[in-house]
Design a protein around this ligand. Structure first.
Ligand SMILES: *[C@@H]1O[C@H](CO)[C@@H](O)[C@H](O)[C@H]1NC(C)=O
Ligand SMILES: *[C@@H]1O[C@H](CO)[C@@H](O)[C@H](O)[C@H]1NC(C)=O
Ligand SMILES: *[C@@H]1O[C@H](CO)[C@@H](O)[C@H](O)[C@H]1NC(C)=O
Ligand SMILES: *[C@@H]1O[C@H](CO)[C@@H](O)[C@H](O)[C@H]1NC(C)=O
Ligand SMILES: *[C@@H]1O[C@H](CO)[C@@H](O)[C@H](O)[C@H]1NC(C)=O
Ligand SMILES: *[C@@H]1O[C@H](CO)[C@@H](O)[C@H](O)[C@H]1NC(C)=O
Ligand SMILES: [Zn+2]
Length: 479
């Protein structure tokens, strides 16, 4: 029923805004290719420069790979990981059937089977270190990561990393004895790494792809921190990283189902930036254009489509409240890193002792995993990271000329000498739009001037490969 309020002499319905100022609904946060340029304000400023951005579609080879993702295999991987009883980081490492050591060895042996099909391109390693007594570590323990690395054919020094964590926990984070099935958190993420390793093993990505199962996440991201530091210490160019953590269920705690959406968490300004760069970023409105957000935009553009059947809901924050994840360890080393997590978590099935209380089943059990959903999340990962690894690398030293007042915008960057690069594309969006909405191919050049004011839109530059694959955009700073 309509309620009327008496304000002075005017009678105003409380729906006044709706009635007198009708406006379109805000754009949905979950974007896919049909809604791509529908975001609020995307049409302003009016301009005839460039064209509406058409998202890159998967090619035949990628579609063939997508079709190889198998929910039955994912189910078998998760069942096997659950069968080790507990995979707590402090659990036994000298049994072949129980504990984290057995889980590590099984993951490595499966990865080696995939590598056997790779004609030497895929190498499986199990780098580890002994973590001394520390927060949530009550005695010195060997923490090991299992890595399947497929070396890139033309640009092996450029690396993309996909991880899930194979350790698990119950209610008490220090309890390493009781069964901690961790079917969703995070056997589901490990299953994505393993299934993608199997499929990519027989293919030839241009840049290097790493499929990892890391440990120590629940105790404090120890395995991922070790991995990220190893890459940083060897000056490895990790151009993108994703942690798949709790990607196993499409059903929330009220029974609500969202089987065709995955959340993508992407942090704003990098903590590793100099204070000078951070204040420049704030001054020019670059807060929403961190490398992690550009990676998130890239994922939405290439992977939210009919090939994956998924929408990607980008969340502008590092992670959920009170939670953390392995992507943080990579962000701390200055790498662009994001996190995938299911849309509606059910906390009865995370970090819980297995028990029935008042008729409610608690515990992270396989019966609460939706394997078809995990398979679709695997598709999103495959399309995103295959597209990254086959595109040119991010454009380097991108600058916008801010030396004089003007209506035009001039950009410069380092033109690649790689014969894989066909040229460069300028992309832009209005400052309030979440995704790139417009593009202009500018040719194989190192500078361009466009008659569109840099005061009114946000620009990015990306490289276009001769194979049509495009890199994520780089945000230009004045230079
Ligand atoms: C894309 O999003 C629109 C609007 O949210 C929705 O109606 C449509 O079904 C989605 N398409 C796919 C393939 O999910
Ligand atoms: C197995 O490992 C535990 C520590 O995790 C150790 O205390 C025990 O002695 C080991 N048992 C054997 C048979 O090596
Ligand atoms: C990386 O280098 C730092 C500084 O030298 C060192 O403290 C750290 O142990 C190294 N980490 C790894 C994983 O190599
Ligand atoms: C690109 O930028 C880096 C860091 O600012 C600088 O060291 C390098 O010389 C630049 N390269 C070119 C070709 O301008
Ligand atoms: C920046 O633009 C001004 C004015 O058009 C021009 O004089 C200057 O050479 C440009 N700077 C660079 C580095 O291209
Ligand atoms: C900007 O554009 C307006 C109208 O198009 C023109 O009058 C003005 O001179 C331009 N300013 C500069 C600095 O180019
Ligand atoms: Zn987790």
């Amino acid at each position: 029923m309509r309620t009327w309020l008496l304000l002075g002499l005017a009678i105003v319905p409380i729906w006044a805004n709706e009635i007198f100022f009708p406006r379109d609904l805000p754009a949905p946060i979950a974007a896919n290719d049909s809604t791509y340029t529908d975001c609020a304000n995307a049409a302003w400023p009016p301009s005839d420069v460039g064209e509406e951005l058409v998202p890159q579609a998967p090619d035949d080879e990628l579609r063939e790979m997508i079709n190889e993702i198998d929910p039955e295999r994912i189910k078998a991987i998760i069942a096997k990981l659950v069968s080790f009883g507990t995979r707590h980081t402090l659990s036994t490492q000298n049994s072949t059937t129980r504990g984290i050591g057995a889980a590590r060895d099984w993951i490595a042996s499966e990865m080696r089977k995939y590598a056997a099909e790779s004609e030497g391109r895929m190498k499986v390693t199990v780098p580890g270190y002994v973590q001394g007594i520390a927060n949530r570590i009550s005695f010195p323990v060997l923490i090991s990561n299992v890595l399947a690395t497929v070396e890139g054919t033309t640009d092996p020094g450029r690396v993309y990393v996909i991880t899930g964590h194979y350790d698990s926990r119950v209610t008490d984070v220090m309890n390493y004895e009781d069964d901690a099935p961790g079917a969703n958190d995070d056997a589901s993420g490990v299953a994505v790494s393993m299934e993608l390793a199997r499929i990519v093993a027989t293919r030839k990505p241009r840049a290097t792809m790493v499929f990892g199962a890391v440990a120590g996440e629940e105790q404090g991201l120890y395995g991922a921190a070790f991995l990220a530091q190893t890459y940083r210490n060897s000056s490895t160019n990790v151009e993108g990283m994703v942690s798949n953590d709790i990607i196993g269920s499409s059903t929330g705690d009220r029974g609500q189902r969202e089987p065709y959406t995955i959340r993508l968490f992407a942090q704003g300004p990098p903590l590793t930036e100099t204070t000078q760069r951070a204040s420049q970023r704030l001054q020019i409105g670059g807060e929403n254009d961190s490398p992690a957000r550009e990676l998130g935009r890239f994922a939405v553009e290439v992977a939210a489509n009919d090939a994956t059947e998924m929408n990607i809901a980008v969340i502008y924050r590092l992670d959920r409240f009170l939670r953390g994840g392995d992507h943080s360890a990579f962000l701390q080393q200055g790498y662009a890193a994001i996190r995938f997590t299911e849309p509606n978590e059910n906390f009865d099935h995370q970090h819980q002792n297995i028990r029935v209380e008042d008729g409610t089943q608690y515990g992270d059990l396989p019966e609460f995993v939706d394997y078809e959903y995990v398979a679709r999340v695997a598709k999103v990962n495959l399309v995103t990271f295959w597209s990254l690894a086959n595109a040119p690398g991010k454009v380097q030293n991108v600058t916008v000329n801010a030396s004089l007042l003007g209506n035009d915008s001039q950009f410069s960057w380092v033109k690649s000498d790689s014969t894989d690069v066909a040229g460069y594309e300028l992309v832009w969006r209005s400052t309030t739009a979440p995704l790139w909405t417009h593009s202009l191919f500018v040719g194989n050049v190192g500078t361009v001037t466009v008659s569109l004011s840099k005061d009114n839109v946000i620009f990015g530059i990306r490289a276009v490969g001769i194979n049509g694959y495009k890199s994520p955009a780089t945000y230009p700073f004045p230079g």
